[in-house]
Each structure stands twice: as C-alpha cells, then as structure tokens.
Design a protein around this ligand. Sequence first.
Ligand SMILES: [Zn+2]
Length: 396
Amino acid sequence: MKPIAIRAKRVMTPLVEIADSVVLIEDGKIISVGRRNAVELPPGIQEYDARAWTIAPGFVDIHIHGAGGHDVMEADTEGLRHIAETVARFGTTAYVATTVTASPDDTCRSLESLARATKLGRADAVSETPAAELLGIHFEGPFISHARRGVHPPKWIAAPADGGLFNRMLVSSDGEARILTMAPELPGALELVERAREAGMVVSMGHTNATYEEAMAAIARGASHATHVFNAMRPFSHRGTGVLGAVLTRPEVTAEIIADGIHVDKAAIQILVSAKGNDRLILVTDAIAATAMPDGNYRLGTFEVSVSGGVCRDSEGRLAGSTLTLDRAVRLMVELGVPAIEAVRMATLQPARRLGIETRKGLLAVGADADLLFLDDSLHVHGVMTRRMREPQTET
Ligand SMILES: [Zn+2]
C-alpha cells in the first residue's frame, strides 16, 4: 500500500496532545507522527485533510460479548465480521471476545472457532470498511462464585479444582486465551491463578465473593486485574472490605469499569478513579448482541436476555451485560470531570498495556498499527480507519 499523510487539528497519542499535526501511514503502520512543520512528507505522498478533527488511537475493548445481533459464542466467520464492523462504527478497533459460562462442549466449540478467527484476523487482507481486530479470548467463567454469578447459568459453574476443564479450554483456545475472570475464594483457585499465568493469561478477579484476605492471596500468586469492578462482587464494608478493599488499594491491580451510568453509580466511578488513578483504570463495555440494535430478545452466550430501553436483563431481572459502546463510556468519564486525554487513555493505551500490546495498539507512535479515530471536540466519532484500509473513512 502507498504511504499516505493525514493532517489533523490535533493528535492525542494519547500520552500527549499535538496541535496542527500529521500522521504518516504505510502498509497499515504509523511511520511518523508529529507537528505538521516537524514531519517531512515524502514527495508525491497522498495527503488527506482531517483538520476538522482530533485523531486518537482506536479503542481497545477487553470485555465484550457481542454486537449488531451476534454473540461471540455463536458467531461464525460472518457473525464475527458483523460484530467487528458494528463496534468499529463506535470507535472500537480491537477487542477481546468474551465468553460466558456454558457447558464444557459449547464452551470449547466456541473457543476453537474464536481461536481460528483470531489467527485469521492477524492476516493482512485489505479491507474497505473499518472492522475491529480480534485480539483473542477472555474466559468469563466458568470458575466463578455461585453467590456472585450474575446471569451466568449456575448449572455450568465449575470448580477450579476441576483442572481438566481449564486444560481443555486452553487446548481449544490454541494460544489465543488472553484473560481469565475467576473467583479467588474457590477451592483450588490459587493453583488456577498460577496455571493461567503460566499460560500467559491476565488473571482477573470477578464474579467473586472473596474476602480481602482471599483476594490478597490471589494477588500474591499473580492475579492483577479486576472484572467490571463493583458488579458481581462482594460489597464493600468498612470492617469487611472484601475483594474491593484489595482492588482499590493494591497498585498492581488494574480495574475494569462499565461506565454506562446504569451498572455503577457515578459516585462509585469517581471513587474508583480516585483510588486507581487514571492509569490503572480500563473502560470496558461488557456489550452483548443487542448493542446497536433495537430493544427485543437476544442471546448472551447460550441463554436469552431481554433488552428494554437499551438495558439488558435476564428473566429474573438481573443486569445481563450492556449495550454500551466505548465512545459513550469515554464521554461519561469526561462528564465526571476526567480530562479528555485521560479518558481516551482509559479506552486505548490502558487496555493495550494490560494485554502487553501497547507497541502495536492503543498508541499513536512509530511502528504502531494504523487504527485511527477522527473525533470532534465532544469526543463523538466522525471517522475510523483500521490498519487494513487504504485510506480513512470520515464524514465530510
Ligand atoms: Zn461480561
């Protein structure tokens, strides 16, 4: 592909902001980024004028179940492509497909097809439309707490001591397993933490009723993340702080939040921002098939949920994922007083760092993938470019 140059009003790398800037792209990679007058343009290079917009890296969503009518667990190649294109419209250019608790056979079948799709997604085929890259798999369950299961089907919740199942899941994932959400208080959980770490996974505490001590024991073994903090967790009390006490005070633990204004009250989000700082907080959607779709009934994993007013619940009225998109989550953080560049970081660089891929994703720097967003001053998405495209697609 020929190199192109894109001029912008501003770039948020998002470590710094650069006004009157230019991004140079060749073969899907950024080859230069900086102030317009500091970057030398190769002669004859094709220049795109995006001076109406701020360019930021594409969002990275590490907890997403589906979108556009499809769930990652049932999706075939066509369904996954539809999910990838749907979330890209809202600025997400890379994601970790998240499974829910299901039967071992259903789970492993899904893992096999997601692993295949992840490998295919790394290929360099040219694409006309923005589509998010599949980065691998997040196992949300089955090694979770019955008491904090949320909508996960109790029938298929498994004990970590059942090591055979985890091994089977790893084999089905064929090296593409990235994150394990688990409950540290279960028998055999600490050994599971170690085995997941050895497999290169990020171990996340979630759907858990752990006490402070139980959470700290898991952190000592290598748990370093917390899944949709406050949701599906033992509540905080000043004399029994529980897993939240550990998550809020241990700097090595990063925290996910579903910032849709429904899952967590705004004051609780602010508490999390104060405790974790902007660099240890990761915005996720926990989005399900109903995202960017009308209200109705949708599948989540292997069960059905109903969506009304954009809020997803199971038949017992429990919250069942969301219809959130990361652009909205970023704007909510700004509404809560977080500076725009830091809110953008929570949806780009922080999740990329969490996965250890920050040289490739979540950052506008030389050598990184050309996944770009074109944002207005209120952080609405007006254009997206993903690395396989020849040119950006922006509104005019
Ligand atoms: Zn989830």
